[in-house]
Design a protein around this ligand. Structure first.
Ligand code: HEM
Length: 518
C-alpha cells in the first residue's frame, strides 16, 4: 500500500481539472518544459525586433524605448509587450515545472541531474530579465541598477564601489554597452548552453508544445499586450528617489528585500535558498533499483531497447563476443532509471517461449526478471476462479492494481507499463485469463516518460515488438490511472468485465471450440 502524500494528491486533482478543460493531450501542466521553450522563442524573436530600434547609449536608450513603445505601438509596442509578458509567462511555467517535479516526486534518485541543473537555469533566466529591465533606463531601471550595485558591492571582487559610481553619476556608455552585450548575447548564449545541459540525460526530448497549446498561449499573450501594453516609468534621474514603482515580481522579487536587509543578508538568504533547492534530491535521497543487465546470448543488437530508453542509458556498440550479429547493447548503470522499458521492448522477452529452466531475455531487470514475471503470472492465474477472470498488469507509479485483487481478478505490479512485452498479454490470455487489463500512468504523463506511449504503440502495431494479430483485441484493454483515479479505474474494470461476459455468451460452447481464444 502506498503512503498518502497530500501534496501529490492535491496536484493530481488539479491536473484532473485541467484534463477536463483541456484534454490530456493539451493539458498545459503536462507541457510546462516545452511551453517554457515556446515562451523563450517569443522572447528571442521579439527581442531581435526591439534590438533593431534600440539605442544602446545611456542618453539614447530611454528615448528609443519610448519611440518603440508609442511611436510604433502597433508593431514595436506590441513586440515590447510580447517580450515582457512572454518572459513573465516563462517564469510562471518554470516555477510550475519545478513544483510539479517536486509534488510528483520526480526530482530525486536518477532524476537528480535534471533537478540540480534546473535551479541555476532558473537563475540565469532571472538575471536575463534583470539586465533587460536595466536597459530601459527609466526609474525602475535606476532602482534595479542601484540595488544590483549594492549587491555587487557586498561581493569583494570589484575594485571600486559600484553604488558610489551610480550615485555620483559616473555611469558611462561603456558600462551600458556591457549591459546590452550581456542581455542581448552573453546571457542568452549561456542560457542555451544551460538548457542543453539540463535535458542532456533525456532521450527524445521534445521542445515544442502541441500546436494548439502554442497558438492558444500566443493569442493570450497578444491579447494581454493589446489590452495592457508594457510601458516605461519616467526617465532615470539619479537625483530623485522614486516614490512609486511597478515592480515585476517575477524577476525583481529580491530587490525589495534590500529595503529591510543589508546586501550581505540578502545574499545569505538567496544563496541558502538556492543551495537548499539544489540539494533537495538528497534530502532524503531516493535509491534507484539495480540497472538493467544485458545477456549477449539472447541479444541480437536490434537496437529497440536503445531507441526506447527514455534516459539515454543504453548505447549500441560493435559486437564483442564474436557472434555473427553486428551490434550489442551496453547499459550505463549511472544513467539507468531501472524502469524496465528496455525489457518490454526486447524481442527476446517472450514468456510464450519454451524454457525448461530459467526464461532468459536479451536485457532484463535483475530485481524482477522476466522469468519471475512469468512465474508470478502463472501463480496469480492459477488462483483465479469465477466466470470472468481478469489479469491486471499495473504500473507501480499509477494506481495500485493489487487493490482490485479478488476471487476473479488479480493485479500484478510492474515498474512501468512499458515493461510489458506484448507477448505477456498473449501469455496471460493463453494461461486462463478471459481478459488482460494494462494500467499505466495517466495518458501523457508517464513516470518514466515514455512507458505508456511505447506500450500503446506496441499494442497498436506501430512499434516493435508488436502484439500478434491473432490476439483478440476485445480481450485486452489499456488504461491510464494515477493513484487518485481508483474509482474511475474500477468503473473501467467493471465495463471490461461486462464486455468479456457478453463475448463469452456469444462464443461457441467449449465442446465445439476447436482452438483457444488467443
Ligand atoms: C529554465 C527553464 C527550464 C526549461 C525550459 C526546462 C525544460 C525541460 C524539458 C523540456 C524537460 C524534458 C521533459 C521531457 O521531455 O520529459 C525537462 C525536464 C526536467 N526538468 Fe526542466 N526546464 C527548466 C527548468 C527546470 C527547473 C527550474 C527545474 C527544477 C529545479 C527543472 C526540473 C526538471 C526535471 C526534474 C526534469 C526531468 C523530468 C523527467 O525526467 O521526466 N527544470 N525540463
Amino acid at each position: 500500500m502506498k503512503s498518502f502524500n497530500p501534496i501529490k494528491r492535491g496536484y493530481l486533482v488539479l491536473e484532473d481539472w485541467f484534463n477536463l478543460s483541456f484534454t490530456p493531450a493539451w493539458n498545459p501542466l503536462y507541457h510546462l518544459g516545452t511551453l517554457t521553450f515556446f515562451f523563450l522563442w517569443i522572447v528571442l524573436i521579439s527581442g531581435l525586433y526591439l534590438f533593431i530600434f534600440f539605442n544602446s547609449s545611456i542618453h539614447g536608450a530611454y528615448a528609443s524605448v519610448q519611440q518603440i513603445t508609442h511611436g510604433q505601438w502597433y508593431a514595436g509596442g506590441v513586440m515590447r509587450s510580447l517580450h515582457r509578458y512572454a518572459s513573465d509567462a516563462a517564469v510562471v511555467t518554470i516555477l510550475l515545472h519545478l513544483f510539479r517535479e517536486f509534488a510528483l516526486d520526480r526530482y530525486r534518485g536518477f532524476r537528480w541531474y535534471s533537478w540540480f541543473t534546473g535551479i541555476p537555469t532558473l537563475w540565469m533566466i532571472i538575471l536575463l530579465g534583470i539586465t533587460g529591465y536595466w536597459l530601459v533606463w527609466d526609474l525602475l531601471a535606476q532602482y534595479v541598477a542601484i540595488g544590483s550595485s549594492r549587491l555587487m558591492d557586498a561581493v569583494p571582487i570589484f575594485p571600486e564601489a559600484m553604488t558610489r559610481n551610480f550615485l555620483e553619476g559616473h555611469l558611462n556608455d561603456r558600462f551600458f554597452i556591457l549591459m546590452g552585450f550581456l542581455h542581448l548575447l552573453g546571457q542568452p548564449m549561456f542560457l542555451v548552453f544551460m538548457l542543453w545541459f539540463h535535458v542532456r540525460r533525456l532521450s527524445h526530448v521534445s521542445i515544442n508544445p502541441p500546436r494548439g497549446l502554442a497558438i492558444g498561449s500566443f493569442i493570450g499573450l497578444l491579447a494581454l499586450s493589446l489590452v495592457m501594453p508594457a510601458v516605461s516609468h519616467e526617465p532615470a534621474d539619479l537625483s530623485r528617489v522614486p516614490a512609486t514603482l511597478h515592480l515585476d515580481w517575477f524577476y525583481l522579487n529580491v530587490y525589495p528585500l534590500l529595503d529591510y536587509w543589508t546586501a550581505g543578508e540578502t545574499w545569505l538568504l538567496t544563496t541558502s535558498v538556492t543551495l537548499l533547492l539544489m540539494l533537495m534530491p538528497w534530502l532524503p535521497r531516493k535509491r534507484t533499483g539495480p540497472a538493467a543487465v544485458v545477456d549477449l546470448n539472447h541479444c541480437n543488437g536490434c537496437g529497440q531497447c536503445f531507441d526506447d530508453c527514455p534516459f539515454d542509458a543504453i548505447t549500441l556498440q560493435k559486437r564483442t563476443d564474436n557472434s555473427h550479429w553486428e551490434y550489442e547493447v551496453v547499459v550505463s548503470p549511472q544513467l539507468c532509471a531501472a524502469c524496465g522499458i528496455c525489457m518490454g521492448s526486447c524481442p527476446s522477452s517472450n514468456p510464450l517461449r519454451r524454457a525448461d529452466q530459467v526464461l532468459k531475455t536479451g536485457i532484463d531487470m535483475p530485481q524482477f526478471p522476466l522469468h519471475d514475471i512469468r512465474r508470478q503470472t502463472d501463480a496469480a492465474l492459477a488462483g483465479l476462479q469465477g466466470e470472468i477472470r481478469i489479469l491486471i498488469l499495473g504500473c507501480e507509479h499509477g494506481f495500485d492494481v493489487t487493490r482490485f485483487n479478488g476471487p476473479d481478478t488479480v493485479g500484478l505490479s510492474l515498474f512501468c507499463s512499458g515493461m510489458v512485452p506484448p507477448s505477456l498479454i498473449e501469455y496471460g490470455l493463453k494461461k486462463g485469463a478471459d481478459g488482460v487489463l494494462v494500467s499505466g500512468c495517466r495518458a501523457a504523463d508517464c513516470y518514466f516518460r515514455f512507458g505508456n506511449r511505447w506500450l500503446g504503440k506496441r499494442l497498436a502495431g506501430m512499434r516493435k515488438p508488436v502484439l500478434r494479430n491473432r490476439v483478440d483485441p476485445r480481450r485486452w484493454r489499456m488504461e491510464g490511472a494515477s493513484e487518485s483515479d481508483g474509482a474511475w479505474l474500477k468503473r473501467e474494470l467493471d465495463a471490461f468485465r461486462d464486455s468479456l461476459r457478453e463475448l463469452k455468451a456469444q462464443e461457441p460452447s467449449p465442446e465445439r471450440q476447436g482452438e483457444s481464444h488467443v
